[in-house]
Design a protein around this ligand. Sequence first.
Ligand SMILES: [Zn+2]
Length: 281
Amino acid sequence: MDSLIQYGLKNGSLVNIRKVKSGLECGCICPACNHLLVAKKGRNRKHHFAHYEVADCEYGLDTTIRYIAREILENSKKMILPDNVFSCGRDKYNYPQQQVIDIENVTIEKSLLLPIPEITIYSEGKAIKLEIIVTHDIDKRTYYKFRKLRIPTLKLDLNSLKATISSRNPKSVLKKYLLEDSSHTSWLYNKEEEMILAEFEDNVSSKKVVRKKRIDLVENCPVNEKDLTGYSTADFAKQCRKCKYMVDGILWDSDTNNPYILCSGEIGNSSFFSEWEKFKV
Ligand SMILES: [Zn+2]
């Protein structure tokens, strides 16, 4: 791991190993844990920083990458945003949004949720957080915490390029994926997605599924005729599967473990979903 550390923090700025004196005279600290660094500029191994008298910390690479990214964004004053990709029921939609934004300011400071500093981009008076992942991904619990904060947050996942980043110049990789190619970036949260999902939910209702004689019956079908008790059911396999109002099913409620389907027939507004048809992926 130590050979990965090519950058140290000196007076608040990131400096490359090439630009400092050897040993403790380098005057650098680890950008992740603030521990003193020693510049190892010997003949046998690739020049690198190591933590002084202790083992290298876990988040050194992720933190360094974020400092370099901040520098790139600050200099280029722009960043490429990804499309809005989200799921509703069984369908996935890609709502095109990709664009290059102009950046007014970039900061890097202690993250509330992660042990690595966090980049905040300011564009058109709005703040967007940027999480760059190299060795430590964001776990599910933290992911939901991010969503709960309701702050627009991007995730640039470079885990698959880890080897390239640590062996070669990480700047060129970062430049490509921050400025030109959004294929590794996705939204952890953005307001637009939340609004679209709320609209989807308004056009869908859940229907209970009851299994009788090995047939899954969907209760309160809005399409089928009602029986004498004013009640209607649908055969899931024979009818719902082919029905234009079926959004998703069969699903299981995580609290009660009861099966249900999502149906848009109640609202009878199939045009809502047909409008979204073109964004399906
Ligand atoms: Zn450290």
